[in-house]
Design a protein around this ligand. Sequence first.
Ligand SMILES: [Zn+2]
Length: 477
Amino acid sequence: MFDVALVGGFVVTPNEEALLDLGITDGKIAAIANPGELGEAKKTVDATGLTLVPGGIDPHVHCDLAIDHEGHDLAVSFGPDVVGTAALIGGTTMLIDFVWKDQDESIRSGIDRVRERWDSVSPIDYSFHVVLRGRLDRATVAQIPETIDAGFPSFKVFTTNVFPSAPVGGVPLMIDFGSLQEVLETTRDNGGIVAIHSEDDDIVQHMYRRLLEEDRMEYTNMHLVHNSLSEDLSFRRVIRLAGQVGNAPIYFMHVSAASGVDAIAEARRDDQPVFAETLHQYALHTRHDYEEHDGMKYHTYPSLKEHEDAARLWSGIADGSISAFATDEQSTSYQVKTQGNRVDDVVGGNAGIEPRMSLLYTEFDKRGLGLRAFVNATSTNVAKIMGMYPQKGALAVGSDADIVAFRTGLDKTITKDELHESDYTPWEGWQVTAWPAMTLLRGAVVAEEGSFVGDPTGGQLVPRSISPEVAKGRRFV
Ligand SMILES: [Zn+2]
């Protein structure tokens, strides 16, 4: 006797796309059967007419992040309660946020601090990347293996300070290249992966200075600061370093330019374990959107680029160079998001997690990429790369019953009034053909028809362990 029978849906499993019934027990998928052949359950949920895919995983969100620009009021992005609720309603069932450890704090205590917060307010399952910045001392590098063993095998680094002058907590964002070499050596040897915000800091800082001298500081020039050349140079330098460090696995965050996709594609052709995400923001918006009167609402770092760049991101998804879509969520009010209007004070981050799955379902379908490619890019691939597959990222026997049931064939317009993550959305007016009818987290219906109906603190930490197969690069994901 199953706890729940989810019947009548069109289901995407790792092996097939078909009308199948799912039996769920103790939060896990216990059986997958042909229609009508499942057997008895305590509760039956009717999914007739719905398309069932693995719950989305967003590997890149920032909750509770301080937004600290000179001349602005200090603001903090919304927490796991708001973001997690919006994510679940939109069909995403797991988030990976970041641990920003204080300089005099151990990695372990940084994780405990952030974890306590998520434990107490998160409705959605979660994990964290550990941010390493500045010049690393021996003591910090020595904590990497135990952090990996504790279920946190991914480390985030920046190769740029991003802003002209805004060290977070007095520590530069940017890691020095020697420290990065040590991090790569240590993660390679201990089953970790390095996630990178990769830009060439010399180019970025030079362009801030140049635009200042030329009196061209309007934020609409953001793509000239965080530009394609910077992405090209930095990606290739990082790829070269990781290759020289015995092919250490790396994961590029928020790829925004054609030059970046090209660098990744070349490395993967050489079988280097290089993986990458882009953002729906980058694939569907361009820097021309900055020209709107409040076009800063579209901005997220590095920057929106040209139409050709967005096109290359899509071809990168099609050819496998790009494995995943993230949001780089950093949801704030409209007032906070639009308070800056210069290249040195515009607010980054993005409110886009709730419509992410529906938008991407629609855009994959429109481009003929197919349902399986959609599932891979929104859930499966990142579960594999970040070490939670097949617990997450698959509708398979033994996997967590994290399921989004889409109603498809719609002609729906996205509007902020229906969303739950902010008082604005950069996706206002976008048309989608799918929207979640319900979302299940570990077998429990947590969202239904646009409303949250789950346990507001029901989210759980997901310990992760990266497969040794990750070393195979494109032959893995
Ligand atoms: Zn980010």
